[in-house]
Write a protein that binds this ligand. Structure first.
Ligand SMILES: Cc1cc2nc3c(=O)[nH]c(=O)nc-3n(C[C@H](O)[C@H](O)[C@H](O)COP(=O)(O)OP(=O)(O)OC[C@H]3O[C@@H](n4cnc5c(N)ncnc54)[C@H](O)[C@@H]3O)c2cc1C
Length: 468
């Protein structure tokens, strides 16, 4: 096999595999190295895809158990078959990872299985499962090694009683009591899954808010909804220790204000306190500069501090750790390497929490705008006043649009609704085109749809909503 490439990509997650495909489309001879058995990275194997499969199945189970009866759908005996649910998830993961293999073949990308390490500006070593090392030459090297779950100091994840998100996606039985440390995206999605399947779930979060990065009123409404669903919250609380005792675990925590100490004994503890960039001496000994969070520093062209070496995705110091951000960077860096003008607009990256209802956000929050001294106006419209949401019994939540007080340009949007993750795309498009709230208010939205609430929220900015 010829060992010379125009580009070698390390990591076949959404950043790396998308980058490889775009490079190949642009005519560059490309190889992609992956140390996992399957392509697709965290996202397809232990992230977005398996979590969304379990969120979907568990929500259907919950609806069949608790909601169908009210709709006149009388089902006699609802029984959970967890191993079948897990098999369905595994089948979806397998189909999608095989799909990436197919796309690699279709685009004539060389797939190198093993661990990649960068020897020099133009040489990458691949160590295969048996320890055999092979060197490959590349004019361009793209690091897309992603991220790994992190833990708290002195808390060791053993994937038995103390688990990471990866463990929480493959439990063999439903834990009676589950403690989730961290009230962020991943912690809340997995709390929802196991709550619906029967666990008694308690979320312990250091901040006074769940998902502290979103607007405070959105966080407060989301908390109200999840509490109503039966998830317990211990906010403003610092976990001081997590111990495993036989088949149980004990979580100790202290309230930040009152200093009151509490402990919970449970079957499983899910540690969901964030993810760390996956870059270390085993990947390269070259002097690639990192920021204080140990993320790779890149410039606007995704160049690292070392010539010919680029980086994208979760491992870099730009944007949120999200699959679609990694994909867009993969496309942009491929186009830049090919001499085109690749670009990612970090001001317009949607983020979605796939609970029920979903929470979708994009752009700036009120707190950020206050900090930047930008005057803004807010339009809000509740789903309680949206006809489609009403007939579907999906009245929780609202659409909130924030626009510049002078120019009326849309600066940020939050949506809490069953379809929020899909609905936010309209706002991403509007913001990408520099739309004003008036542009959205004057755009015809089909009736009856949840999206009419977007139009009404835009109209609310000018205090003229029709249905509220
Ligand atoms: C439970 C969970 C749910 C999530 N849900 C969502 C969601 O709904 N939406 C969303 O946008 N994001 C979600 N994410 C985040 C998303 O998975 C990541 O942002 C995304 O996968 C990052 O892509 P990446 O290509 O940068 O890295 P990764 O997907 O982490 O891929 C990196 C790949 O590089 C490989 N690798 C690392 N080092 C080497 C090496 N030296 N040699 C060869 N290969 C190597 C790894 O094995 C891995 O396969 C979720 C994450 C988790 C954990």
């Amino acid at each position: 096999m010829d060992k010379n490439f125009d580009a070698i990509v390390i990591g076949a997650g959404p950043g790396g595999y998308v980058c490889s495909i775009r490079l190949a489309q642009l005519g560059l001879k490309t190889a992609c190295i992956e140390s996992r058995e399957n392509l697709g990275g965290t996202c397809l194997n232990v992230g977005c895809i398996p979590s969304k499969s379990l969120l979907n199945s568990s929500e259907l189970y919950h609806q069949a158990e608790k909601k169908f009866n009210n709709l006149g759908i009388e089902v006699e005996k609802i029984k959970l078959n967890l191993s079948k649910m897990m098999n369905n998830k595994n089948k979806s993961v397998a189909t999608l990872t095989k799909g990436v293999e197919f796309l690699f073949k279709k685009n004539k990308i060389t797939s190198l299985l093993g661990k990649g390490s960068i020897l020099s500006e133009d040489t990458v070593t691949v160590t295969d499962k048996l320890g055999k090392k092979t060197n490959y030459k590349a004019k361009n090297i793209i690091i897309s090694t992603g991220s790994l779950p992190t833990s708290l100091p002195d808390v060791k994840i053993d994937e038995k009683n103390i688990i990471s998100s990866t463990g929480a996606l493959s439990l063999a039985t439903v834990p009676e009591d589950l403690v989730v440390i961290g009230g962020g995206y991943i912690g809340l999605e997995l709390s929802s899954v196991w709550k619906r399947l029967g666990s008694n779930v308690t979320v312990v979060e250091y901040s006074d808010y769940i998902v502290p990065s979103i607007d405070k009123d959105v966080s407060a409404e989301f908390l109200k909804i999840l509490t109503k669903q039966g998830i317990n919250f211990k906010l403003g609380s610092k976990v001081t220790s997590v111990r495993s005792i036989q088949n149980k675990a004990i979580v100790d925590f202290t309230n930040n204000k009152s200093q009151k100490r509490e402990k919970i004994e449970c079957d499983k503890v899910l540690v969901a306190v964030g993810r760390k960039p996956n870059i270390g001496d085993d990947i390269t000994q070259l002097d690639i500069q990192l920021d204080t969070n140990k993320k790779i520093k890149v410039n606007d062209k995704f160049e690292t501090s070392v010539k010919n070496i680029y980086a994208i995705g979760d491992v870099i110091n730009k944007g949120p750790m999200l699959a679609h951000k990694a994909e867009d960077e993969g496309i942009a860096v491929a186009e830049i390497i090919a001499g085109q003008a690749g670009h990612v607009n970090y001001d317009v990256i949607p983020a979605v929490i796939y609970t029920s209802p979903e929470v979708a956000t994009i752009g700036k929050t009120e707190d950020q705008l206050k900090k930047d001294n930008i005057n803004y106006k807010v339009g809000k419209f509740p789903f309680l006043a949206n006809s489609r949401a009403k007939v579907n019994n999906e009245t929780d939540g609202f659409v909130k649009i924030i626009a510049d007080a002078i120019t009326d340009k849309v600066l940020g949007v939050s949506i809490i609704n069953t379809l929020a993750g899909t609905m936010i795309a309209e706002l991403a498009m509007a913001m990408e085109f520099g739309a004003s709230s008036e542009d959205i208010a004057r755009t015809c939205h089909a009736h009856p749809t949840h999206s009419e609430a977007v139009k009404e929220a835009a109209m609310s900015i000018d205090k003229r909503p029709i249905h509220f």
